[in-house]
Write a protein that binds this ligand. Structure first.
Ligand code: CTP
Length: 397
């Protein structure tokens, strides 16, 4: 997918810049050519010599380098690329992008371009969490800029949290997904996945056995067909796929908010095993054993995310796909569920313990639409995902 693609790689000033050297190698291994642009701050972390040696070409550094302007102006430099990757993207660089500044080569290229842009942020967790950075990210997302990461973990500055730049192979996967030339290119597809966790108190929660495997496979398959996938996931066992926009949530309420923020979309697939109930008033402090007896939990009903999107009066995705996890009368219950929720298709599966489906690697499903029920043979979750992604592509064509 990256063979003979031209990638302009903007390396910002952050400790994660060392990973960008490996990123250059990974991109070139896949047949891409990499034109590196190093910011002034970036030069403090990696040398122009090592960048150009790995890229096998000149490093662009200065806006006012007249030779470069004579050879190739900055407009041309940005437009001749198939994709621009900004890695690491610092808080400062993203702020400039969001505000439209053009006071150095990197920001000027990013303002002058009409090429898709992929940003891999890297910064201290507090800078990431800061309202200004989050505001800039929302602006950039609304401008159509794609993001990969950041990941959560130990940081070079000694703190822990989101802010670590994605690994080179994750960035490569995201780039591949953006350049994928499939039938879903240009389509925006929302996928919910995984369980939700509903807190009882700060240390306890109610959950279910969903691993997130089926939703993850669907997101991956849709991205491989060229879709821009927004993957809203609860706390799953399997890692999120590369090449999709990941939004991590815990509770059903948060999942609904993330889904509403992600819309509009051309299609939406609701594979999450959302908890139907939450504890009505979760305790803010840890509940203690008392001599007086057992605690009593009162439940409140969670919003039905699928039904609320399927029944939207304005801006409803053209195709809304739900799942029906059933243990009895699978087809009859799923058919009724499709009507009740107002979605176009339901993927019905039998999640009785003896099927081994919930948490397993295989699935046995029926696709239920307004033209009846279609029985798919038992196959791997990856194969179900591929088949479904292809059906979605046909339906949106
Ligand atoms: N779903 C949702 N929000 C909820 C509950 C379910 O979006 N609060 C979605 C699931 O992602 C799935 C579909 O609705 O696509 C059906 O989920 P399922 O658990 O099978 O159905 P329920 O709504 O829980 O119905 P029932 O309790 O009758 O089985």
């Amino acid at each position: 997918m990256l063979a003979s693609k031209n990638i302009l790689l903007v390396i910002g000033g952050g400790i994660a810049a060392f990973k960008s050297l490996d990123l250059i190698r990974r991109l070139r291994e896949r047949g891409a050519s990499v034109t590196p642009v190093l910011t002034r701050a970036g030069e403090e972390f990696v040398t122009p010599l090592s960048v150009s040696a790995l890229a096998g070409t000149k490093v662009f550094r200065d806006l006012f380098d007249l030779t470069d302007e004579a050879e190739m102006g900055h407009i041309e430099l940005s437009r001749s690329a198939d994709l621009i990757i900004v890695a690491p993207a610092t808080a400062d660089l993203m702020a400039k992008m969001a505000q439209g500044h053009a006071n150095d080569l990197a920001s000027t290229l990013l303002l002058a371009t009409d090429t898709p842009v992929l940003v891999a942020p890297a910064m201290n967790v507090r800078m990431w969490d800061h309202a200004a950075t989050q505001r800039n990210i929302s602006t950039l997302k609304a401008d159509g800029i794609h993001f990969v990461g950041p990941n959560e973990g130990d940081m070079a500055c000694g703190e822990y949290g989101p802010g670590r730049m994605s690994e080179p192979l994750e960035i490569v996967a995201a780039a591949e997904a953006m350049l994928a030339d499939g039938p879903l290119k240009g389509k925006r597809v929302l996928v919910t996945s995984g369980p939700t966790h509903e807190p009882i108190d700060p240390v306890r929660y109610i959950a279910n056995r969903s691993s997130g495997a089926q939703g993850t496979a669907i997101a991956r398959a849709l991205a491989a067909l060229g879709a821009h996938v927004i993957f809203v996931t609860g706390p799953a066992d399997v890692p999120a796929p590369g090449g999709v926009e990941v939004v991590q949530v815990e509770t059903a309420q948060q999942m609904l908010e993330a889904v509403e923020t992600a819309l509009p979309a051309d299609a939406a697939v609701f594979a999450a095993a959302v908890a139907d109930w939450r504890v009505a008033s979760a305790s803010n402090s840890k509940m203690k054993k008392t001599k007086g007896g057992l605690p009593e939990l009162k439940f409140a009903e969670n919003p039905d995310i699928l039904a609320s999107v399927a029944q939207m009066k304005k801006g409803r995705p053209a195709l809304v796909v739900g799942f029906a996890a059933e243990t009895d009368d699978v087809i009859a219950n799923a058919t009724a569920k499709r009507e009740r929720k107002g979605c176009d298709w339901i993927i019905a599966n039998d999640v009785s313990a003896e099927t081994g489906i919930m948490g397993g690697s295989e699935n046995d499903v029926n696709l239920i639409s307004n033209s009846g029920s279609e029985d798919w043979p038992r196959m791997s979750k990856a194969q179900v995902a591929d088949k479904l992604a292809n059906r979605i592509a046909q339906a949106l064509a």
